[in-house]
Design a protein around this ligand. Structure first.
Ligand code: NAD
Length: 366
């Protein structure tokens, strides 16, 4: 198969971690007999510096002509004074919209042996393996908004509206049910149906969609209860399905529960071309030092193979290699305990790639 992708390394540690993800992708492609074509383009601050546009036309063109897009990170202090439409983040929001990716998939997994990274007790976090499916292009972030009145007489009033239509809910629900079918077959749909009309519609439509997936066990939870359950019994969750703002908050909470920013990948799918990126930012405090953890980017590359190219065995090969490398005790600085040695960004990429190369014969026989 031809794996044709566009990479958008972006800013800060983005280029460092993306380079390792591509290195690992090449090892997988070679091991499984695929051809890989990578086109690198600018986004965010890097694009602003090069062409005064956080998402240049040639970047959009290349992304739309690819099977998937792998992004590093955008932003940094150098761009904080730019006007809103010329901020690196504006490029990322426009990219998500242009690609039409309405489903954000955020796994939060406690990798065996890394329980101590969690702020929770090991016995609570152990076994956590959830996937948060967040609606990405609707709800309050995209609803009608206004501010009226005047600051001088303290008469200002601001309104944001949370709107959802049946088709918007149905399409994200279907993605969650299909995903749950490939996992432990459990969905918790999170809403605030005791208060919000948009949540009552959400619950109604999700319940209707569930009838098409009788093998999946669906339950509903209010967002406040879900927030509590996420920290008191995180290992109970399989798939969490929720709207945009609730998902924004809960997915960061889930990330904190497993406690490893540098390890977590994400996928945004459902549109013309899927977008894959680690959840961390550009980490300007460590950029250029060669010590960033590339595993979030590498695991994003695994999601890219699974969701955009339907290459399940190849995706699983990356995930197993990452687990093995960690189980063997290798750590980047962010994961290392006090006094424990740490490997550099490049070394971590090499360790994962070499596991894949050595596992290749066994994998291909399966
Ligand atoms: P951040 O995720 O960049 O960094 C938070 C902390 O985690 C820092 O101490 C950093 O060194 C550490 N860290 C993050 N990723 C790491 C990795 N892979 N390996 C080792 N350590 C890692 O968040 P921030 O500091 O709040 O934001 C920095 C910049 O990134 C800002 O400009 C922000 O707007 C941007 N940002 C971009 C994205 C994105 O591109 N999707 C997401 C979040 C933040």
């Amino acid at each position: 198969m031809l794996i044709k992708i566009t990479t958008l390394p972006g800013d800060g540690i983005g280029p460092e971690v993306t380079e390792q993800a591509v290195y690992v992708l090449r090892a997988v492609a070679e091991g499984f007999g695929h051809e890989i074509k990578v086109t690198e383009k600018n986004v965010g601050g890097a694009a602003l510096v090069a062409s005064n546009d956080p998402l240049p036309a040639d970047t959009i063109e290349s992304c739309l002509a690819s099977g998937a897009v792998l992004l590093g990170a955008v932003g940094g202090p150098a761009f904080d004074r730019y006007p809103a439409n010329l901020r690196p983040e504006a490029g990322l929001l426009k990219l998500r919209k242009t690609l039409g990716v309405f489903a954000n998939l955020r796994p939060a997994v406690c990798i065996p042996g890394l329980e101590s990274l969690s702020p929770l007790r090991a016995e609570i976090v152990r076994g956590t393996d959830m996937m948060i499916v967040r609606e990405l292009l609707g709800g309050v972030y995209f609803g009608e908004r206004s501010t009226t009145g005047d600051a001088s007489d303290r008469s200002r009033r601001a309104v944001d509206s949370m709107a959802y239509s049946e088709p918007e809910i149905e399409r994200i629900a279907r993605i969650a049910f299909e995903l749950a079918g490939k996992r432990r077959k459990k969905i918790v749909s999170v809403d605030k149906a005791n208060v919000l009309d948009s949540s009552r519609l959400w619950r109604d439509v999700v319940t209707r969609v569930a009838k098409d997936f009788p093998e999946i066990q669906l339950s509903h939870m209010y967002v406040d209860s879900a927030a509590m359950a996420l920290v008191s019994r995180p290992a109970d969750f399989d798939v969490i399905l929720t709207e945009n703002m609730f998902g924004d908050i809960l997915s960061d909470q889930a990330g904190a529960v497993v406690g490893s920013l540098g390890l977590l990948p994400s996928a945004s799918v459902g549109g013309k071309v899927g977008l894959y990126e680690p959840i961390h930012g550009s980490a300007p405090d460590i950029a250029g030092k060669g010590i960033a953890n590339p595993l979030g980017a590498i695991l994003s590359a695994a999601m890219l193979l699974r969701h955009s190219f339907l290459l399940e065995a190849e995706a699983a090969a990356i995930e197993s290699a990452v687990k093995e490398v960690l189980a063997a005790g290798h750590r980047t600085k962010d994961l290392a305990a006090k006094g424990q040695g740490a490997v550099a960004t490049k070394e971590m990429g090499e360790l994962v790639a070499s596991r894949i190369r050595s596992a290749k014969p066994a994998l291909q026989q399966k």
